[in-house]
Design a protein around this ligand. Sequence first.
Ligand code: GAL
Length: 492
Amino acid sequence: MHLLSMFLAGIGVVNALENGLARTPQLGWNTWNSFACSMNETVILDAAKKIVSLGFKDLGYNYIVLDDCWSAGRNSSGYLIPDAQKFPNGISDVADKIHALGLKIGIYSSAGTLTCARYAGSLGHEEKDAAVWASWGVSSEFNLLLDILVVGLLIHVQIDYLKYDNCYNQGEEGTPKLSYDRYNAMGKALNDTGRPILYSLCNWGSDGPWNFAPTIANSWRTSGDLSNVWDKEDVNCPCAELDGLDCKLPGYHCSIMNVVNKAVYYPSKAYAGAWNDLDMLQVGNGGLTDDEATSHFSLWAALKSPLLMTNVLNKIDEPTISILQNTAVLAVSQDPTGSSAIRMWRHYVDDGEIQMYSGPLSGGDQIVLLLNGGSSARDMNATLTDIFWANGPKGTASQVRSAWDVYDLWGGRMSNATAQGIIQGESSTRPIDMPKLGGASKVYSQVPLPASKALMGTKVGSVKASGTVKAHVRPHGVAMLRLRAQKSNDEL
Ligand code: GAL
């Protein structure tokens, strides 16, 4: 048995797969989409500072994840070492600085011999790699002493998150058990460090991680890499829809609609601590219209995907701020009920398709999302019967007999002037003062959620018992509505 594990088992530290993390989908920022292998200490610390100064941290975005390309292989003792040119002060120094900002740091590796960008992978090195991430700062040349030193240094907290990819896996996939074993090896190694480390699987939906991963990981990627394109077939993302349930080549360049149309089949697999990951956000990376970016963010929040920004924060513009900082939408993502919305219907129209999603929120509220995948604006509607179908089919759900107030979660979107103030560092212009209210997680978990503009948008109407919710929806846009039961039917 690993010396460290023996020690930790002896003192009763973390011995379960339940690591208590990601009770709501994780929020943060990742290097990959904007920086790829040009990532380095400066890029990362600049982003971390911006997360704080732009107010993202106050809204709950707290993980800064270093993706592929950070390492320079292994040292003579077999421990991973950071690239000294990219990290002249080491990654433990970056971790310290990120922690000093009140943020958390994530690292990346692959359950293969190499990462996807062909850096050293972790297959067969799980224990050593997990130990070194949990303890960075130890001189790993002292191989024999490392386990003991790691224990001694656990209080000097280091890595908080691992994104674990699937490249160069030596063919150890093709059945859920093969994938489970490979990913479970790292899950165990992470638990053995005794340090709570959020475990984010990135195997692109191969072998159905929604079936095998919930007991070993906090989130799992559901499909190939998301591109910043709304809806386009791409030969690099060959699996469509139902193929996605058993995709042999998940690929990349997957459009927003492609990824969503795959993810709709397993919402029930997501729950507190275990989430379907539809991949990192493309908001602010160009390629999407404002409506498309708004829909992307809304869908990811309603489907309980982790929300990891990837845009260049030094160059963020006003519309991007007002999307990523919409606290009414973030409150849906972070709702304590932890239930993913379900696609209740889908219809094909002349210029595309339209869909309706619905799901429970805390306090008996309900999220309703009308998605217009078509290329022209249209009036859309959803009956209470369809909205509450999961609670009882054909209008038998008790909720159908209630009247509801309807709130538009984008109705309170901050103005460009407010966003401009945030970019210029005027924290007084922020629409909601989370620290003053006790912090983001406390605010989002209030039941019932206060009907303020920042948390519930604007009230746009009401719907009678057995009635129909209506909205005008722009092309590639959404209406994201929160329904709250009226106090009494006398008000009808
Ligand atoms: C892909 C992964 C991306 C990114 C990239 C790094 O497999 O899906 O999110 O991590 O590898 O090489």
